[in-house]
Design a protein around this ligand. Structure first.
Ligand SMILES: [Zn+2]
Length: 283
């Protein structure tokens, strides 16, 4: 178990990427200071780089809905060995019970070219695995970030969404539907979730946004945000349902431990140490 208490973000505020400076602003949320203190510090940058603005090429509506009308799975069967990430060598989608999946991720306080490159590689990994959502800790990064593209189509760049330091601020209704997870390939089970949620997050330009989503998008947002807290969809199942999937879950555990015994995957203690070092990179 590697749950870590989120560290209070360092007192140095956000750092601008010197190659593509961006003014970090937050829109329309007077409660931001209570909710996201580390991000609000970004507002301080207005004093050093000019008045707040939103890049005209990146309009971020305060509220918008995903259009969708198709049936849902959060991931489709199939896992391929990941391509090697340039920023994080060996970056790949990890499987249960990798300790990263039980790590409570820490807030991101710096958006730079490295993070943008990592996000790009996350999208590539997600598409290669036929997924529609991927959380950072699913690629072994203990940071509060997830990505979505409900089309699962790498050509549909307009449907790519990045959620940095996301928080669900409102929920309505409940609905049950089947889910899967790229970290538990081929395991599917209905999960009860909120039918509609309002989520706040920051995009890769550091711009805050609020989004109201329902149906598949709502389910995906809740599933991915759970990941950031070290929660898996199998944890949301009833006692009865957990027994139904127990043998599949055990198979994942067995396969993972075998890979550790043969040296394919490092021991948990080493993986946990890697996670702690990665936390430092965002602090
Ligand atoms: Zn998942």
């Amino acid at each position: 178990m590697t749950d870590a208490v989120p560290r209070e973000p360092a007192n140095r505020g956000w750092q601008l990427d010197p190659l593509s400076p961006t003014v970090y602003t937050r829109q329309g949320d007077s409660d931001a200071e209570q909710k996201l203190p580390c991000l609000l510090r970004a507002l301080d940058l207005r004093h050093t780089v000019g008045p707040p603005h939103r890049p005209s090429s990146l309009p971020v509506p305060l509220t918008r809905r995903f259009p969708f009308s198709f049936s849902f799975v959060l991931s489709l069967p199939g896992f391929r060995p990941a391509s090697v990430g340039r920023q994080v060598p060996g970056m790949q989608i990890v499987h249960f019970p990798h300790p990263a999946l039980r790590f409570k991720s820490t807030p991101i306080i710096r958006i730079d070219n490295e993070l943008r490159q990592i996000v790009r590689e996350m999208f590539d990994l997600m598409y290669a695995a036929d997924g529609i959502g991927l959380a950072a800790n699913q690629v072994g990064l203990p940071w509060r970030l997830f990505i979505l593209n409900l089309t699962a189509d790498p050509n549909e760049r307009d449907d790519e969404h990045v959620f940095i330091n996301p928080e669900i601020i409102e929920r309505k209704g409940t609905i049950e539907a089947e889910e899967g997870c790229l970290s538990l390939p081929k395991l599917y089970h209905p999960v009860r979730r909120s039918q509609e949620v309002v989520i706040e997050a920051y995009d890769l330009t550091g711009t805050g946004f609020e989004m109201t989503v329902d149906d598949l998008a709502s389910r995906a947002v809740q599933h991915e945000l759970d990941h950031l807290d070290g929660v898996l969809f199998i944890d949301r199942l009833s006692e009865f349902a957990r027994r139904e999937v127990a043998s599949q879950v055990n198979d994942f555990e067995t396969a993972f431990r075998q890979q550790q015994q043969t040296g394919v995957i490092p021991a948990d203690t080493e993986l946990e140490q890697q996670l702690l070092e990665l936390v430092q990179r965002q602090s």
